[in-house]
Design a protein around this ligand. Structure first.
Ligand code: ZN
Length: 389
């Protein structure tokens, strides 16, 4: 059977159904319907978080193919040259929100696994997952599957865009706050107060210098820190500020962890002088199923060795199907790998069509030809993994 028209039509359907994080119900139901329609899956189910999971086989090696099916918003719709939800094909490019990040992976993994289901079911147990909430809380959907739904993958393949290359890591990230307390007083008697904003000022300067000295890693790049927001409180606009909080975006390169990043901030002389409080923020969200999510906003960096068997198998599969030689790389942004490899050490790689730099932009588009190549990749990857068992 030539599945090409099915894959592209299915992908167009996925793009036509808006699915911002937390509102993915309609799109995951569409995925489940397609899984059922192929007849290749032994079971198709939703977990409590609202991830959709299709299972194939009963082998002893568990392979999890993950495509998150939530997307970011479209921003200013007037800036899109084509309707972000029309899924038009223009000069061989399928255009729309999610056309790179990362609805193609869902279509390709589903059809790639379905094509091989008869040949690999003895050796492998394959989970094809359409995960939710990734854009808001990367890693959490797979952490939920592992911690609470009893899924125990031996290998994970992520469908974040790699432009048909094989990726094996990323910088981590975390969200932090620094809080300084002061003492309020009437603005007319400001010398009686202790202004928290003034106490924060030297901390801001020291964070700017801290960024410059953060470590550089040849593969993942440099760690970074930047202030994304500043807030203060006061009894009124005619008063001395009694607290000041800054919000920090921290990107973690190889070797940097939550502990080292906190210790660095707590060690700043300006922080110690005023006894500022450094804390990791928490993510609060609600899944489409109604389940509340309350999670520390820490997403560890990770790298899988370039000679790991999963990397070698993925490269060999990509070499077999790609129109151009694949290269090994890493993502600039963050992925669900922060949970699988970052937290649990489960070997994780990524392969998908689409260019990472188009993600979240008004130019999001993927080459139809590359989508077809990626379907073949997932089939070849599973065949090769089955041979190794
Ligand atoms: Zn993504």
């Amino acid at each position: 059977m030539n599945t090409q028209p099915f894959v592209i039509r299915f992908l167009q359907d996925l793009i036509r159904i808006p699915s911002p994080s937390g509102k993915e119900e309609q799109v995951v139901r569409r995925v489940a319907q397609e899984m059922d329609a192929t007849g290749a899956f032994d079971a198709v189910w939703f977990d409590q978080l609202g991830n959709v999971i299709g299972e194939i086989g009963s082998g002893r090696v568990n392979v999890l193919l993950d495509a998150h099916i939530d997307t970011v918003g479209v921003g200013d719709r007037g800036r899109w040259e084509h309707d972000p939800f029309a899924a038009e094909i223009v000069n061989g490019q399928l255009v729309g929100r999610g056309a790179v990040d990362e609805k193609p992976a869902m279509a390709c993994m589903l059809y790639g696994a379905a094509a091989v289901s008869k040949r690999c079911r003895e050796q492998l147990k394959v989970y094809v997952v359409g995960s939710v909430l990734e854009e808001d809380c990367d890693g959490y959907p797979l952490e939920h599957l592992i911690e609470e739904e009893g899924v125990r993958p031996d290998y994970v393949v992520l469908g974040e865009p790699t432009d048909l290359n094989v990726y094996r890591g990323q910088r981590g990230r975390m969200e932090l706050t620094v809080l300084v307390r002061g003492t309020a007083a009437h603005g007319a008697h400001c010398d009686r107060g202790d202004n928290a904003v003034y106490k924060m000022a030297p901390i801001i300067s020291e964070i700017e210098s801290l960024h410059a000295r953060l470590r550089h890693d040849a593969l993942l790049g440099k760690g970074s820190i930047t202030i994304s927001r500043i807030e203060s409180t006061s009894p009124s606009l005619c008063s001395v500020a009694d607290s000041c909080t800054i919000y920090l975006d921290r990107r973690l390169t190889r070797g940097e962890t939550k502990e080292t990043a906190i210790a660095e901030l707590e060690g700043l002389p300006s922080v110690q002088r005023v006894q500022a409080q450094v804390a990791v923020r928490r993510y609060h969200g609600v899944a489409w199923t109604g389940r509340a999510v309350n999670r520390e906003a820490y997403f560890p960096s990770w790298v899988l060795d370039d000679d790991h068997p999963l990397v070698r198998v993925a490269l060999a599969a990509a070499e077999e199907v790609n129109p151009r030689p694949p290269r090994l790389g890493v993502w600039t942004f963050s992925t669900n790998g922060v949970a699988t490899m970052g937290r649990y050490g489960i070997p994780t790689v990524g392969y998908a069509p689409g260019r990472e730099e188009l993600a979240h932009s008004v130019h999001e588009a993927v080459a139809v030809e590359d989508v077809i190549t990626a379907v073949r990749f997932y089939t070849k990857l599973l065949e090769r993994l089955a041979l190794q068992v």
